[in-house]
Design a protein around this ligand. Structure first.
Ligand SMILES: C[S@@+](CC[C@H](N)C(=O)[O-])C[C@H]1O[C@@H](n2cnc3c(N)ncnc32)[C@H](O)[C@@H]1O
Length: 353
């Protein structure tokens, strides 16, 4: 007979499922305390509900419910006298933390991303990105209009890839390279690492004009002379004539047709022995964790596709833009470096079918 003091497996499953279905509460609570900078307040000694209520202009009752919920899941703790203290998790959400999490919270929890979920069902039926259905324009166009969301997104991207940027830059063999264009290079964090590892290289940081304007202010002073910043749309063209093109964590943002346009632009800019270095996480049905699979869902929400692709799909995409994959090497953080070059022209007289 069942021991009544021990929860049955069914009961545990039910609890787990119920908790999972409250994940949205956790996400919005994390978003709100990040925007209100509560971890910063706690750190600076504003650590009672009354003091925080006065500082944030939020009535103390709902503020207590908010912080209490977060304390329940390990974000914030309390002294016996009731004063709040930061836990390692809330410390990661403070504005002077160099982690990606504060920026991620402000990006995932934003009303635009949040609203997109209300159109998800329609999106997966129609193939149109839920983000676009909900907000009336594609993700990157929305960022153009919204400085706060753009800063949260770009900071998140720059920070989330900080570790892999350094490892990725070191893993590239660029002794023969003179000019490297980082296509969709964001705030330039990868290009900076790459230039530090390769003193002979001149870099071109290429991204949407509004992003490059922000990037110009953030590039390290000692590298400004070695970086040309160019704004444009990579689906139409990329700067020509470099010997190396980099696409890092870019193709995952685009469904196949749009990713194909980006690759076509790169191929059109490349000549002779120029190479394209694509750095992406490669999907593996065996190794992908729940986190990676949920990230694929997030990409579907924002872009209507993209996400992690298996190597065979990456090769097909490259080939569709007349690029042939010459090597694929796994580096740290489950990321792979794919090197491709312009495919040789078909032998004369060959017909394409
Ligand atoms: C996921 S982020 C990757 C940034 C950077 N490569 C990295 O790994 O940190 C994608 C980048 O593509 C840029 N992007 C999006 N659409 C673009 C377009 N049409 N033309 C140029 N850049 C674009 C975004 O602004 C963003 O910086």
């Amino acid at each position: 007979m069942d021991d009544p003091r021990r929860p049955s497996p069914d009961h545990l499953t039910q609890q787990w499922l119920s908790q999972l279905m409250l994940s949205h509460c956790a996400e919005q609570a994390i978003y709100l305390i990040s925007r209100l900078r509560i971890p910063d307040l706690v750190e600076s000694g504003v650590d009672t509900i009354e003091a925080m209520a006065a500082e944030t202009n939020i009535p103390s009752r709902p503020l207590r419910t908010l912080l209490d919920a977060l304390e329940g899941i390990g974000i914030f703790a309390r002294h016996t006298d009731g004063r709040y203290i930061n836990t390692p998790a809330s410390a990661l959400l403070s504005s002077d933390s160099l982690s990606a999490e504060a920026a991620r919270a402000r990006y995932y929890g934003s009303s635009q991303v949040w609203n997109a979920w209300t159109r998800f069902d329609e999106s997966i039926r129609s193939g149109k990105p839920a983000f676009e259905l909900a907000n009336g324009r594609p993700f990157y166009e929305s960022l153009r209009e919204d400085d706060e969301l753009r800063a949260a997104f770009s900071t998140y991207i720059a920070r989330v890839s900080q570790k892999s940027d350094a490892a990725g830059a070191r893993s590239l063999e660029l002794a023969d390279a003179r000019t490297v264009v980082d296509v969709g290079g964001g705030y330039g964090s990868f290009l900076v690492q790459l230039l530090r590892a390769n003193p002979q290289v001149h870099g071109v940081l290429y991204d949407l004009p509004e992003v490059t304007e922000d990037a110009k202010r953030l590039l390290p002073a000692d590298l400004v002379d070695r970086i040309t910043v160019v704004g444009g749309d990579m689906r139409h063209s990329v700067p020509a004539g470099a010997d190396v093109y980099v696409l890092k964590s870019v193709l995952c943002d685009w469904p196949d047709a749009e990713a194909g346009k980006v690759l076509h632009s790169c191929a059109a800019a490349m000549t002779g022995d120029a190479r394209l270095i694509t750095i992406e996480r490669i999907a593996s049905s065996v190794n992908d964790t729940g986190y990676e699979r949920l990230m694929n869902l997030q990409m579907l929400l924002l872009f209507g596709g993209g996400g992690l692709r298996p190597l065979s799909e990456m090769r097909d995409l490259l080939e569709s833009a007349h690029l042939s994959l010459t090597s694929a090497t796994e580096i740290t953080g489950n990321q792979s470096v794919l090197i491709s070059q312009l495919a040789p022209p078909p032998p004369s007289g060959a017909t394409s079918r």
